[in-house]
Design a protein around this ligand. Structure first.
Ligand code: 13P
Length: 261
């Protein structure tokens, strides 16, 4: 089911790291390290904390040759506006040229109680505001050891896609991030990662049809490093990476983007 037309997307999820000064230094260095050939081969997004977005957007726009790194966010609410203290609306992000928004990261699910239903509402709202969701799924270590990986990932993906059209599903990004591999230095083997990413694609095919399945980009996330990126990216159903820790260092993140060299 894999097709060579899917352009890889490598995304840096900074989580709660870097103030806006540090963010500016980071993206300046990244813009310097990445070449036109890199951008031709790979789409790149960075997902700083909310307080950094305006600074990074202004920098990306201010360069004479606009910098082809996409701006991303880590989270948003699904409502357009209202009494939701501390939340940020999708349209507020779109106004800052945010292109991708992560929905349902396991840290949001585990630490802040996000449900499948909320994640699905968010994915729809991200589309309504003209951006692309990066829908996250993945199993815990207990679930893996109990043989429940497939059931968990299938149910998260099915719930996340509910109500989305085949075109929307084909245009989105799904990130498979086994929770036991996040921030632990323990990466899924490329075979295991491929097997679950292939499962995600088959769930998309069942739910939204073959065209959507052929078009949807599936990222792997969980301790992706410059040393393991090439092997993961060589898998037929892995179309990119969602990188946490290693995206905080411009050199490491650039080397991941340059995995093919
Ligand atoms: P690490 O790359 O630090 O394991 O984090 C992965 C992740 O959660 C990206 O969203």
């Amino acid at each position: 089911m894999s097709t060579p037309t899917r352009k890889p997307l490598i995304s840096g999820n900074w989580k709660m790291h870097h103030n806006h000064f540090e963010a500016l230094q980071m993206v300046q260095k990244l813009a310097y390290l990445l070449t036109a050939e890199d951008h031709a081969a790979v789409d790149v997004s960075v997902h700083p904390p909310f307080t950094d977005l305006r600074t990074v957007q202004t920098y990306f726009m201010s360069e004479k040759e606009q910098i082809p790194i996409a701006l991303g966010a880590q989270h948003c609410h699904w409502e357009e506006k209202g009494a939701f203290t501390g939340e940020v609306a999708p349209a507020m992000l779109a106004k800052l040229d945010v292109a991708y928004v992560i929905a349902g990261h396991s840290e949001r699910r585990e630490l802040f109680g996000e449900t499948d239903e909320q994640v699905n509402r968010k994915a729809a709202a991200i589309y309504t505001a003209g951006m692309t969701p990066i829908l996250c799924c993945g199993e815990t270590l207990d679930e893996r050891e109990a043989g429940a990986t497939e059931a968990k990932v299938r149910s998260q993906v099915e719930a996340g896609l509910a109500g989305l059209s085949p075109e929307q599903v084909g245009g989105m990004v799904i990130a498979y991030e086994p929770i036991w591999a996040i921030g632990t230095g323990r990466t899924a083997s490329s075979d295991d990662a491929q097997a679950v990413c292939a499962l995600v694609r088959s769930v998309v095919a069942d739910r939204s049809g073959a065209d959507a399945a052929a078009a949807v980009r599936i990222q792997y996330g969980g301790s992706v490093k410059p040393t393991n990126a090439a092997e993961l990216m060589a898998q037929p159903d892995i179309d990119g990476a969602l990188v946490g820790g290693a995206s905080l260092d411009a050199d490491d993140f650039a080397r991941i983007v340059q995995y093919r060299l």
